[in-house]
Ligand binder design. Sequence first.
Ligand SMILES: [Zn+2]
Length: 191
Amino acid sequence: MAPADEDTGIWATVRLALGTGTSSPVSLRQLVRHDVPRYEPPGTRWGDDPLDRLCTGPRMRPHPGGADDFRNRLNVCGAPAQEMAVEKLPGTGWHKNHWFCPRHCDHLSRVREQVREQNAFAPAPVPNRGGLMASYFDTDFLKLYRWATTPSWQPPAYGMRADDWPIPGQEPVPQRARLRLITPPPHTDRP
Ligand SMILES: [Zn+2]
């Protein structure tokens, strides 16, 4: 439905509609790769996690920055952090990163321990990027996305079309964990 005219070729129109953003020549492979259905955890893009690489350990006394300072508002340490624990949310499988500075390393090990069981039972993450072409065109998308990435690329457990993915908060997320078949070794030396 994107408007096209004689000066704008079909692929230029597609490129603009898919939002690769620049006027520089973009290869078809890059375009398709941009649309690969996937889950991007917080911190993948700049600015998508306000506490990216900042310590979330508890604050003992107010920061001199004043009441509006994020460290006082959120009551967190806020120091640059190098290590994190990933919490996988039970409803969506989405990640929540808990960063800690070296001074709060005891909190890091505690959080890692606390989320261990929850993470083990979390569903595969609901994708949050790509899958738009598959919602509008009909082709062998497994083959196409593998061509744009790697031959071993695996589609999300929720399918390749963004239209088919559950919207967290609006509809229940079906539990679709990734299952793997484990076959026992052919010979067991049991007495
Ligand atoms: Zn800290």
